[in-house]
Design a protein around this ligand. Sequence first.
Ligand code: UT7
Length: 312
Amino acid sequence: MGVGIIGIGHYAPDNIVTNADLEKIVDTTDEWIRTRTGIEERRIAKDDEDSSDMALIAAEKALKSAGKTAEEIDLILVATVTPDKSFPSVACMIQDRLGATNAAAMDLAAACAGFMYGVITGQQFIEAGAYKNVLVVGVDKLSKITDWTDRNTCVLLGDGAGAAVLSSVSEGNGILSFELGASGKGGPHLLQKDDGFLYMNGREVFKFAVRQMPESCMNVVEKAGLKKEDVDFLVPHQANIRIMEAARQRIGIDEDKMATTIKYYGNNSSASIPIALSQSIEDGKIKDGDVVVLVGFGGGLTWGAVALRWGK
Ligand code: UT7
């Protein structure tokens, strides 16, 4: 038996903030944002909509798509760097609201690579025989730590949540290989400052990402005993279309074989990969038997990639 994703769902707030809206609050242009990042609009949560509210909706959708009840979940892992509070965890909050009374629950923080860390942590519990069903959620409300006067960061970010249910799947399907990594030395390039706001040295993070994303993609393909030609679909962290292109070109697949939700959602941090994966499933871009590579990087610095064969 393998371990795979048997259900997935996502949620983004209704409130759309366009590049034209941002032109009114910082010194930027729609043209600069589109050409440098690929972003045209992003979703921003209302003041009374926190990470747990978004996580709950994505989790409910994932459970429905998996055909599992909340009581069947053994463990809830929530990847987030913007929990409602430092404790109780978002995982505990949604455990209660879902009615997942049999589930252990905890948050984990690996910024934009958080969902990758969550999926691999969940996989280990299932492979070890400890748990049957693990709910992994990636959620962030970056808008609450965004400095809306800083054009270097505020144009890039958006709020949202994505969730997946992991369970055992037939031999040959599910997770084929993974890579997780961290470089704490790079921490100062992307962090939450003492004033609470997010700071990013965009150029340094860009340099790291254009090197790491393609390398991690190739590493998981090789670890899975595959060739890059075997990859059917790529789901990269949606940080910048130019970084995503570097990964796509290294794998050598067509543009329509890469998830690109960045245009509509911006960078959703921990939620970016599950939103992009869920949207791709919804759009019918991934079919059973496809080899899919998920790859992300983020603050920490952290990175993670997974090669999997889609299907139960
Ligand atoms: O989730 C992981 C974290 N984030 C990322 O992955 C982001 C990684 N970095 C990037 O995506 C890119 O570095 C950015 C999109 C942040 C910036 O793009 P860039 O092509 O690397 O631009 P740059 O940093 O080299 O800046 C070029 C110019 C600068 O002006 P000067 O110093 O050349 O006069 C910036 O001040 O663009 C300026 N600039 C802007 N201009 C208009 C920076 N932000 C803006 C803006 N509007 N919003």
